[in-house]
Write a protein that binds this ligand. Structure first.
Ligand SMILES: *Cc1c(COP(=O)(O)O)cnc(C)c1O
Ligand SMILES: [Zn+2]
Length: 410
């Protein structure tokens, strides 16, 4: 493989791939790995044979990853998630070809595992023995799990007001968990700086090799659809890292001639915290921080997304768009997804809420092929279920038959 660099997404300045600070010294925009010219045989479609049985994403797509070495033992078999055609949702949303990319089945139940696995390789190759992250949820769980698997000391920084319900699924993996008082947005940048000084590789939300991990979502979608690119790919968006990766994945396959066009990317935010949408709507080049974010699910509520500016640039370049949905629409979509047997967290269900909205106002056509990225499972966040009002029935053993019969007669 030809030697690759990091490229600044803002000013195109090049940096060597052994750099750990993920942003540009000049303009402070995020870095990315240069476009990679990998190859893959179209014949080896893993749906039609058992190709994935002993593979991980860095086996299958190795040529698209400029990593000097790959330690396959660190894999927990992340990725290769199902792309599920919808049944009931198709008729409810009046959409012929709706697919769910079910990221809830990853080792720690969110897409974050892809980026953690790939990023961990970069950290290992650079000789790091310690890793860390700043997160309020899925990424903390993912990094703690992979850190444990790799037997590396793992630092998880969370904000001091984080409830126990969210901390326990992190603590099970026994990381060093530090609750930090102070501005949460600042924590992202401070951790990178302190990581540099203390020899901890912080695998934060949009660092270049985490973005590289998200590329594999697009690679899989292309393979799973037989290289027939969908019209729309809909992504719940917070820091912007995942969306950047998904866009890059399609671009790399496109540049290799594996697909003949790019899908339109639709990024979705919650109304109560939508900095990327605001800048999009106002035609601003730069995002502004949301002052008082109010959103039902913190997983897509970053008030000042570190990849916001870059995502805006990419969406404008490749004809993407940004939209918002309300907390209630997110909750409603959580229930809609359950109709297909998938238990997603509200943040992950916003892609369905957005499709519903864009279908209703005619932007998405009935015939359009759409892929909704279902980014994470609802299991870790059972507290949110209190917002729903589910019903149930009660009876005694004696009255059970009577009860069932009365329901059958309804
Ligand atoms: C992290 C996360 C997101 C947002 O991804 P970004 O890369 O921060 O834009 C969306 N949904 C879920 C479930 C997540 O865990
Ligand atoms: Zn720059």
């Amino acid at each position: 493989m030809e030697k690759k660099n990091f490229l600044c997404t803002g000013c195109q300045k090049k940096y060597p791939l052994d750099r750990t600070f993920p942003r540009c010294d000049d303009c402070f925009e995020p870095l990315e790995v240069e476009i990679t010219q990998g190859e893959i045989s179209k014949k080896r479609n893993y749906i039609s044979n058992n190709y994935t049985l002993n593979q991980n994403i860095l086996d299958r797509y190795a040529s698209f990853y400029p990593l000097s070495r790959i330690n396959h033992k660190l894999s927990l078999r992340e990725g290769f998630t199902p792309l599920i055609p919808t049944n009931q949702l198709s008729s409810i949303l009046d959409l012929d070809n709706l697919y769910l990319k079910n990221e809830t089945v990853n080792p720690t139940w969110s897409f974050k595992d892809r980026g953690t696995f790939v990023c961990l390789q970069h950290a290992k190759n650079l000789g790091y023995t310690r890793i860390g992250t700043v997160s309020s949820g899925n990424m903390a769980v993912s990094v703690a799990a992979y850190g444990a698997r790799a037997n590396m000391q793992t630092f998880i920084l969370v904000s001091s007001d984080m409830p126990l319900e969210k901390i326990q699924p992190i603590l099970i993996y026994n990381p060093v968990l530090i609750k930090v008082k102070g501005d949460y947005g600042q924590l992202y940048y401070e951790s990178l700086k302190i990581g540099q000084e203390t020899g901890i590789y912080f695998l934060n939300s949009d660092v270049p090799f985490r973005v590289e991990g998200s590329k594999s979502i697009s690679f899989e979608i292309c393979e799973q659809l037989g290289y027939d690119v969908p019209e729309y790919v809909v992504i719940p968006t917070s820091s912007g890292g995942n969306s950047r990766g998904i866009i890059k994945g399609f671009l790399e396959f496109y540049q290799q001639g594996l697909i003949n066009r790019l899908p339109r990317i639709i990024c979705v935010q919650l109304e109560g915290c939508a900095p990327i949408y605001q800048a999009w709507k106002n035609k601003d080049e730069k995002i502004s921080p949301v002052q008082e974010p109010k959103a039902i699910d913190h997983a897509i509520a970053n008030p000042y997304p570190p990849s916001g500016n870059e995502l805006l640039r990419k969406l404008r370049m490749y004809d993407g768009m940004v939209t918002t949905v309300s907390d209630n629409e997110a909750l409603e979509s959580q229930v809609l997804l359950a109709k297909e047997g998938i238990f997603a967290q509200p943040a992950a269900a916003v892609s369905i809420a957005a499709i519903k909205k864009l279908r209703a106002n005619g932007i998405i056509d009935k015939k359009n092929k759409c892929v909704a990225i279902i980014t994470g499972s609802g299991l870790k966040y059972s507290g949110i279920l209190n917002k729903h009002s589910f019903g149930s029935e009660t009876c005694t053993l004696k009255t059970m038959k009577e009860k069932i019969v009365s329901i059958l007669e309804k």
